[in-house]
Design a protein around this ligand. Sequence first.
Ligand code: URP
Ligand code: ZN
Ligand code: ZN
Length: 455
Amino acid sequence: MDKVIKNGTIITAFDTYKGDIGIEGGKVVMIAANINSDNAEVIDASGKYVLPGALDVHTHLQMPFGGTISADSYEAGTRAAACGGVTTVFDFALQQKGDGIIQTAEGRNKLCAPKACVDYAFHVAITDLRPEVLDEFKAAVDFGISSFKVFMVYKKEGLMVDDGVMCKVLEKAKEVGAIIAVHAENPDLIDMRTEQFLKEGKTSAWYHYLSRPEFVEAEADIRAIHWAKSLNTPLYLVHLANKQGMEEVKRARDEGYEIYAETCPQYLHFTSDVYKREDGRNFVCSPPMKGQESQDALWQGIKSGDIATIATDHCPFQSYEKDWGKDDFTKIPNGCMGIENMYPYMLSEANKGRLSFNKVVELCSANPAKIYGCAPEKGTIAVGADADIVIYDPNKEFTVSKDNMHSDVDHTIWEGTKFNGYIDMTFSRGNLVFKDGEFLGKPGWGNFIKRKARV
Ligand code: URP
Ligand code: ZN
Ligand code: ZN
């Protein structure tokens, strides 16, 4: 054995128990009450929790968007991931007009492979559904891309698909064992309200929220769920942030439909009040943070099991880029940071007693791995699984500051947030990539994860 993690409390989505973990060749090879550690490196986890690494299944790294490119490169984003206990990063590869699906994934992989500090996968966002692209879905799944994204918004950016395209991809994805992830907001309402606000000289970040309030997101959630129910296909709603949408997800799930909802820590922690702040533009993302009732509904959805996953939608921009919209909210690049904060935030909420540690593992690790075809290698601590492991100190206090984060961004919306408990170490396939605040990994270590088709 190469390494033995000794005396920790092992926490998976289902169990909490004391034990040792033996690691060899990047895999967990033994779990027992007391493993003989002669000739192995010993990591003492006494008094600590030992958790599977998180999967962040929603990130936008060095993505052309909002008139610029999101500020974290593949290297910076995956470095920050490692330091936040995220051992698998899913990035969105945007199909350019005229390109194929595998071509899109291969193009991104050329950039990512030499830089990734942890393992990674791609969802391909379909923006140009020509007949040959639809025919390519099966080959894409065989290539290891078993999820696709569609945007119901971003018309001017050339990303939006109409309902016809959405229905076609929902049906095709089901046929080939893939799943469709949807960004749901109503584009026409956003345009109509934005135009009106600009005409009235209402240009602060607060009007970003008012141009896409609760009902604008809810309408699209309801429409997407309607298509999935009508066609009897699975559906994954990304970054759900509103109460009515949450209720519709619950209704559909209670009726037996395979609908998954993802939410993000920013929607669980901040409300639309942030847009009234002087630095409100730094919080501008789409969908925007919503009111307290929506936040309460999301926490209720976590409790009831109707929120399936937590992911970050990590899409940061530098302050000078956010400043483009100081006097006009439509010029603010949409997106916020969070890849390094997701697991610590959720674990801190567990430490405060808001939910169980097992539930955090389910939301941030086990469910994303299962839904997106990389379990049982990812998402749990078990013999045969990858040794993607986080050692967590429940007694460590941590306050987020841009200076103790590891991305390339010059600010963070999480500045000043206090966490009860923090990550001590992260292992990526048995390799120590983070310890005591310091990144110890290296670019190029991360592998492309070829995901399985759904059955
Ligand atoms: O504002 C956001 N969320 N930017 C990233 C792109 C998206 O919609 O997920
Ligand atoms: Zn989105
Ligand atoms: Zn996103």
